[in-house]
Design a protein around this ligand. Structure first.
Ligand code: ZN
Length: 461
């Protein structure tokens, strides 16, 4: 068995690994590259492998950096099955349709600059392409091995990262010998709200391990929650609004879970709470349908009061007029809106209306990558231009560190430490600093020499 890395080697986006065994070729993930415009232009380029020879895709989860290039794979001639966990199959159309409409809008905007009437810019993919992807989906359950091709068995294990997220075990029997590859996918922290902890593994010949936070330890969750409670209290006393930029899948649902859990001690009953994200609302419908994947704590809570997704004072705003109407309230509102890094979406309108007043607070609960508006705000920029308007920032900004959907270095080490014998390990899905830090920690704790492969490298098992 061989595995070649065609993405997320030395970066955190564009996850894509090609497995070859028993005469078959299986792609693990087909993610979108995210970053600067120059980086993102690579998404439209041909793949560095022969797409027509791919027999199947196995998808770890529905984040766009793991699935977002599937429609492009179809454009280049892939017609095989796409295997994934059931909930991921339900989330996928929501994620890809959103990406398609953003791509369509972006192409339209850029074509406006051309006066010759021709459309020079084509969207990366369209909703039509998304339909094709959805038709190829094959739904799998966790922990149920399935023989994809003679000699090749795939098992999905819970990765505890977002709903439906999986680690993928590929077992291949060649010349009478069974070899096992485990691809961690993205791993969630233990005790993540709503989801189960990542499943432990017993054995593998090679582990492809994510390393997003390979060099970091997250802040303690209890301290984080206490901090949020205090900010809410301060904001209420000051008569302001609270804005929370949040990703539509994972973080938005997690926030509502914490809101329900701390409804009384955070004094949430007196606030107006808005989930101002049509996409997050659709994702919540998918979560609602997959209670079987919740952990015991969440199952109990979703049958108690208040129900996290149906808090008495929570309003889902889908149409634009309702969203605009929120800005008539000059205080007493908690507004959760996308995008999570403020580089698009409705949050920008709310920032425009709220950043200028010292009564208001902005809570950053997720990773803000370099170059985004979110990062500028976190870094303390004192004025910005939004929709042509210069705003001097007076609102309070808070960076909340302890709610990540990715586990930290100690969680990665614990997950790896569960293997019977410490297998060979190659680090993917992390910046190089994070990979080096995790490699050092693996050496120190387990005396294992982790590989740090480069783009295009092939590992033979
Ligand atoms: Zn992810």
């Amino acid at each position: 068995m061989k595995v070649s890395l065609f993405g997320a080697a030395g970066a955190v986006t564009g996850s894509c690994h090609l497995v070859e065994a028993c005469g078959k070729r299986i792609l693990l993930d087909c993610g979108m590259i995210q970053g600067s415009r120059i980086e993102e232009a690579k998404n439209a380029l041909p793949f560095d492998f022969d797409v027509k020879r791919i027999d199947a895709v196995v998808l770890s989860h529905a984040h766009i950096d793991h699935c977002g290039r599937l429609p492009v794979l179809m454009q280049y001639g892939f017609h095989g099955p796409i295997y994934t966990q059931r909930a991921t199959a339900d989330l996928l159309p929501v994620m890809l349709e959103d990406a398609a409409s953003l791509a369509e809008m972006d192409a339209e905007r850029r074509n406006r600059f051309h006066k010759d009437g021709h459309s020079h810019h084509k969207p990366l993919f369209t909703r039509h392409d998304v339909g094709q992807v959805v038709r190829q989906l094959e739904r799998l359950d966790y922990r149920r091995p399935i023989e994809l091709f003679p000699g090749i068995t795939v098992t999905l294990q819970d990765a505890g990262h977002i709903l439906g997220s999986a680690s993928v075990r590929v077992q291949a029997v060649e010349d009478g010998v069974t070899r096992t590859l485990v691809f961690s996918g993205d791993l969630g922290p233990r005790n993540t709200p709503i989801l189960n902890d990542p499943d432990p593994y017993d054995a593998a010949d090679l582990v492809l391990l994510e390393s997003t936070y390979g060099g970091r330890l997250h802040r303690d969750r209890a301290a984080t929650l206490e901090e949020i409670g205090q900010i809410f209290e301060t904001a209420w006393k000051g008569g302001g609004n609270i804005l929370i930029p949040a990703f539509a899948v994972g973080r938005s649902q997690e926030l509502l879970y914490w809101f329900a859990k701390h409804f009384d001690d955070w004094g949430l009953g007196k606030w107006r709470i808005f989930m101002d994200s049509p996409m997050a609302s659709k994702v919540i419908e998918v979560y609602d349908r997959h209670e079987e994947l919740f952990d015991a704590d969440a199952k109990a809570m979703f049958h108690g009061r208040p129900h996290p997704f149906r808090l008495p004072n929570l309003k889902y705003t889908t149409d634009v007029e309702d969203s605009k109407a929120i800005n008539e309230h000059k205080g007493g509102c908690i507004i959760i809106a996308g995008s999570g890094m403020c580089n698009g979406g409705r949050i920008r309108h709310h920032l425009r209306h709220n950043l200028g007043s010292a009564r208001n607070h902005v809570l950053f609960v997720g990773y803000q990558s370099a170059g985004t508006l979110g990062r500028l705000l976190v870094d303390g920029i004192d004025s910005i231009k939004l929709f042509g308007e210069e705003i001097r920032i007076k609102a309070h900004r808070h960076t909340i560190g302890g709610l990540s959907a990715h586990t930290d270095q100690s969680g990665l080490l614990d997950w790896f430490g569960a293997y019977d014998r410490h297998p060979r390990v190659a680090l993917v899905h992390g910046e190089d600093d994070a990979r080096k830090a995790l490699a050092l920690a693996l050496k120190t704790r387990f005396d294992v020499d982790a590989q740090i492969p480069a783009y295009g490298d092939t590992l033979t098992i």
